[in-house]
Design a protein around this ligand. Structure first.
Ligand code: NAD
Length: 284
């Protein structure tokens, strides 16, 4: 497998701008694809701001920041962005039909040797790989929010992912200063399969009157050394996102242990989604 040097990132939202940030800072040429100029500008502004924060904390120099910014090239269409890329990382919203459309186009225009990676939290890597003509060169590259800070990259092998592709992505993740951890493609991978049932159980504790949200979180922080309680974390992730992932686990395994707590469903119906709406288990 030839060395990965040129990268394209599709989507410059919460995750995409962080992914562009870490690639550019670590010497990769990065093409950032967005749907509108204003969205590309917003992503570039966020990256600029986050790099400046690293300069003020003396983690990088002004020169390193400038060099990173210079390596980023915004694009408004996929063909031009992926044409010469060795790796394409997709970070558009969590919607199978949208990702399918994007990977079909990426597959058509990316060079034959290019690796296609998705940052999906819950969609099957094997199913996404199957929309392309290169399932062996398809992999999950699951970054965590905020990307410049969080060390983990969950590297998810689809049913047909070639070993050389896994090795290349593990190696590339290390070059980004991350710690890659391999996993196989099953619903929720490792991260959400373990996290979401815990969050769901914390919500059941509130639902059944076992304890108030603040007390559930205190138990997990003080007793289990969690830096953030499960309900505070659920609000941060978004209660709608938690519900969607629990439904993926429930549908994927057909096992009632993953059934979403009725209180979670009710809060999502009420539009209380956590930080992004100002109210969830806590108010912001
Ligand atoms: N937010 C998280 O904490 C988190 C963590 C891990 C993984 N993920 C996964 O990462 C992916 C992205 O999530 P996010 O939170 O960054 O979403 P987001 O909504 O913040 O960003 C998505 C971006 O994609 C852009 N986009 C939409 N359609 C596009 C297209 N056709 N071409 C190019 N860009 C397009 C949007 O303009 C937007 O800027 C999802 O699959 C999500 O499950 C999210």
């Amino acid at each position: 497998m030839s060395e990965i040097k040129k990268v394209a990132v599709i989507g410059g939202g919460t995750m995409g701008n962080g992914i562009v940030h870490v690639f550019a800072l670590n010497g990769y040429d990065v093409k950032l694809v967005e749907t509108k100029q204003e969205f590309a500008d917003r992503a570039l502004n966020t990256i600029d701001k986050n790099l400046s924060r690293m300069v003020s904390k003396e983690k990088i120099s002004e020169g390193e920041k400038a060099a990173a910014i210079d390596r980023i090239q915004p694009h408004l269409n996929i063909p031009g962005a992926v044409m010469e890329s060795d790796l394409i990382v997709e970070a558009v919203p969590e919607n199978f039909e949208l990702k399918k459309k994007i990977f079909t186009e990426v597959d058509e225009h990316a060079p034959e040797h290019a690796i296609l990676a998705s940052n999906t939290s819950s969609i099957s890597i094997t199913k996404l790989a199957a929309v392309t003509k290169r399932p062996g060169k398809f992999i999950g590259m699951h970054f965590f929010n905020p990307v410049p800070v969080m060390k983990l990259v969950e590297v998810i092998n689809g049913l047909e992912t070639e070993k050389s592709v896994t090795d290349a992505i593990m190696e590339t993740s290390k070059k980004l200063g991350k710690v890659p951890v391999p996993a196989n493609d099953f619903p929720g991978f490792v991260s959400n399969r373990v996290l979401m049932p815990m969050i769901n159980e914390a919500i059941f504790c509130v639902h059944e009157g076992v304890a108030e949200p603040v007390h559930v979180d205190e138990v997990m922080k003080l007793g289990m050394a969690h830096p953030m309680g499960p309900l505070r974390l659920a609000d941060f992730i978004g209660l709608d996102v938690c519900l969607d992932i629990l439904n993926v686990l429930y549908d994927g395994f057909k096992d009632p242990k993953y059934r979403p707590c009725p209180l979670l469903v009710k809060m999502v119906d009420a539009g209380k989604l956590g930080d992004k709406t100002g109210e969830g288990f806590f108010t912001y």
